[in-house]
Design a protein around this ligand. Structure first.
Ligand code: SF4
Length: 390
């Protein structure tokens, strides 16, 4: 692999973070099978730059435009929910006619991303993609993923820069080496495929400041629309309702994304283990560090525990409907990742209040105070009188 010139390398970084070396998370697997899920209104198709807008509209004026909901220029879905350039064989017409470089940057990157850290660039992956979750996929390799992560000038482009991590909501940020010492054993255990919830060490549905889980689920249902994303919101809300009120009747909506998962299931005869799929997703959520500038790690663990509980509820519902367990897990992970990335969830994150863990110094002080108070109570009344007179 050619090395970038010195000026280019300087521009790829911000102080104390770097994109070199490019690092893969061990165990992360992906290759594009063209199942056709990502090029639909399961999520926003964009945003795109002004230059990309002009190029796309030159090919098809209906293909892109201003989107009031996203307040940005986006590719526009056609009546069936697929991008205007999505061909009947699930391939991209822009790619087929002009090559991958002609596609908007967001299309070339998805489902990959890049986080700059003091130890190099971390390649990240979204799991709302059948090609990331189902079937025989090779481990990520730099040669295979790097072309998708380059900007128009051929340089790796970071989605974010992370230098430090806040471990507790009310604590200070710690340096990257301290964070790695905490993260490494967690990632190792997740990579081994263990059930992820106990590894997080956090309870789902933490207390919310000035908000309520039931009201959140109702608001999510009220705001759903006819897009595939809107249906995923309804799935998420229904799973939350069933977690909060388990005695209620299950009312899962229809699944507009089913054809893409039909194709993925057909090319994946050997089922994957559900625990390993969930652990793989949680590991990438932690590894991406997209949360590090927004919330502390204790809040991240609690929100992940909550979305894991919702994913388990969706999996149980879909398996009851006759869906193969690993496919049900893939669909559930897609739903909880989609809503986790949406404003609905990111607005709720700062309101989450997991129980605060004491620092060792604070815990020792608290223990000493408790001991002193017990000692005081054990004194005889005449000793107490003498102590207060003194
Ligand atoms: S332009 Fe191509 S890759 Fe991008 S969303 Fe449309 S069909 Fe998919």
């Amino acid at each position: 692999m050619a090395t970038a010139p010195r000026e280019a390398r300087a521009q790829e970084t911000s102080p104390q973070t770097t994109l070199r070396p490019i690092r893969m998370r061990p165990g992360a697997r992906y290759t594009c099978f063209g199942d056709g899920l990502c090029c639909t209104d399961i999520h926003g198709l964009g945003p795109i730059t002004r230059k990309e807008l002009v190029e796309i509209r030159r090919l098809d004026p209906r293909g892109a435009g201003w989107d009031d909901g996203f307040e940005d220029h986006m590719l526009q879905p056609a009546a069936d929910g697929g991008c205007h350039f999505l061909l009947p064989n699930q391939l991209c017409d822009v790619h087929a006619r002009f090559g991958p470089e002609a596609k908007p940057e967001g299309c070339r990157r998805f489902p990959l991303g890049l986080t700059a850290t003091p130890e190099g660039g971390r390649v990240t992956t979204f799991h709302r993609c059948t090609c990331r979750t189902l079937g025989e996929r090779p481990e990520l390799e730099e040669e295979a993923v790097l072309p998708a992560l380059l900007d128009r000038r051929g340089r790796p482009k970071a989605d974010r820069h992370v230098k430090k991590v806040r471990l507790r909501r009310k604590g200070k940020k710690v340096g990257f080496a301290a964070w790695r010492a905490i993260e490494a054993p967690l990632l190792d255990a997740l990579q081994a495929g263990a059930a992820p919830a106990p590894l997080l060490g956090a309870e789902p549905f933490p207390r919310l400041a000035k908000a309520h889980w039931g009201a959140f689920a109702e608001d999510l249902l009220d705001e759903r629309d006819a897009t595939a994303f809107g249906v995923a919101s309804a799935f998420f809300a229904e799973a939350m309702r069933l977690c909060l009120y388990p005695e209620e009747r299950e009312r899962w909506p229809w699944r507009p994304w089913a054809p893409a998962y039909d194709r993925a299931e057909a090319r994946s005869p050997a089922p994957r283990k559900v625990d390993a799929m969930l652990a793989d997703w949680v590991a990438d959520e932690v590894w991406a560090l997209s949360w590090a500038d927004v919330v502390s790690f204790d809040v991240k663990r609690a929100e992940l525990a909550t979305r894991l509980a919702l994913a388990r509820r969706i999996i149980a519902g879909l398996v009851d409907l006759g869906t193969r367990a690993d496919r049900a897990a893939a669909e559930a992970i897609m739903v909880v990742e989609l809503i986790g990335e949406s404003e609905h969830w990111t607005d709720l994150l700062p309101r989450m209040r997991p129980p605060q863990e004491s620092s060792p110094a604070k815990a020792a002080k608290k223990k000493a105070a408790k001991k002193a108070s017990r000692k005081k109570k054990r004194r005889r009344p005449d000793e107490r009188r003498a102590a207060s007179a003194a």
